[in-house]
Design a binder for this molecule. Structure first.
Ligand code: GLP
Length: 244
């Protein structure tokens, strides 16, 4: 595990964008694993700037997102599909048919299990993920793999912890329906990516970063599973590095 501490959140975003661009420019048919949350937004913005400056084309890129809320339609403003279109896909030349998120609109359990299985198959068919971008929850979650998630987990239904629901409340209007379930890639699915790049910024992430980097490998801090990966880079700003 490589840990890179940079001065500011802006530097973290630029580092992430450069890594994405390098991967896309190096491969004939690059496969990116993407993340939502507020942390990667600036990285997407920097990658969009690079696209506009003709430094990169995403025309051959295939993407798989980590997770999606269950019971929310794709066109809903709170869906992760909407988020990705708004913050990244609609600004670059990627065909939308190359962009995948777990299909989670259904509330039927059997259907969701089937969709989870199909998602794993689609990743395999694409040849696996070259570069997986990750954020980290304040409780150490990656994707929506909450504490106690099996380190061998695959894409599946996961209930969100109270603390995650609380942390993500800021994205929902007062009284608006907030999902308590998600379909998420599993920890083992994530670890199968050839390269991992986890971003964390701000003091709220300092404890989770410490547990991930210096703590024991444990299902209580799902991000600690990155210690097992051969090519995992953690890029953080000085605030998120405060407890190291
Ligand atoms: C959500 C996402 C995670 C993300 C985390 C942190 O729960 N499922 O993939 O890493 O939030 O988000 P933020 O970057 O907004 O702190």
């Amino acid at each position: 595990m490589r840990v890179i501490i940079l001065d500011s959140a802006k530097d973290v975003a630029q580092f992430a964008a450069n890594t994405i661009i390098d991967t896309v420019n190096r491969k004939m048919r690059p496969t990116l694993g993407l993340a939502t949350g507020s942390t990667p937004i600036e990285a997407y913005r920097a990658a969009i700037d690079a696209y506009k400056a003709n430094r990169v084309s995403f025309a051959q890129t295939v993407t798989f997102n980590l997770d999606e809320y269950i019971g929310i339609k794709e066109e809903h403003i709170q869906s992760y599909r909407y988020f990705m279109n708004q913050h990244f896909f609609s600004h670059i030349d990627i065909p939308l048919s190359n962009t995948f998120l777990p299909s989670a609109a259904s509330l039927n359990e059997a259907q969701l299990h089937k969709n989870a299985h199909q998602y794993e198959e689609a990743i395999k068919k694409a040849g696996g993920i070259d570069l997986q971008l990750l954020g980290i929850g304040e409780n150490g979650h990656i994707g929506f793999n909450e504490p106690t998630s099996s380190l061998r987990s695959r894409t599946r239904i996961k209930s969100l912890s109270e603390s995650t629901i609380e942390a993500n409340k800021r994205f929902f209007k007062n009284g608006e329906y907030q999902p308590r379930l998600a379909l998420t890639m599993g920890i083992e699915t994530i670890l199968e990516s050839r390269q991992l790049l986890l971003l964390a910024t701000g003091s709220k992430k300092a404890n989770a970063v410490k547990d991930m980097v210096e703590g024991p490998l444990t299902a209580m801090c799902p991000a600690s599973a990155l210690q097992l990966h051969q090519d995992a880079t953690i890029v953080i700003d000085s605030e998120a590095a405060d407890k190291l």
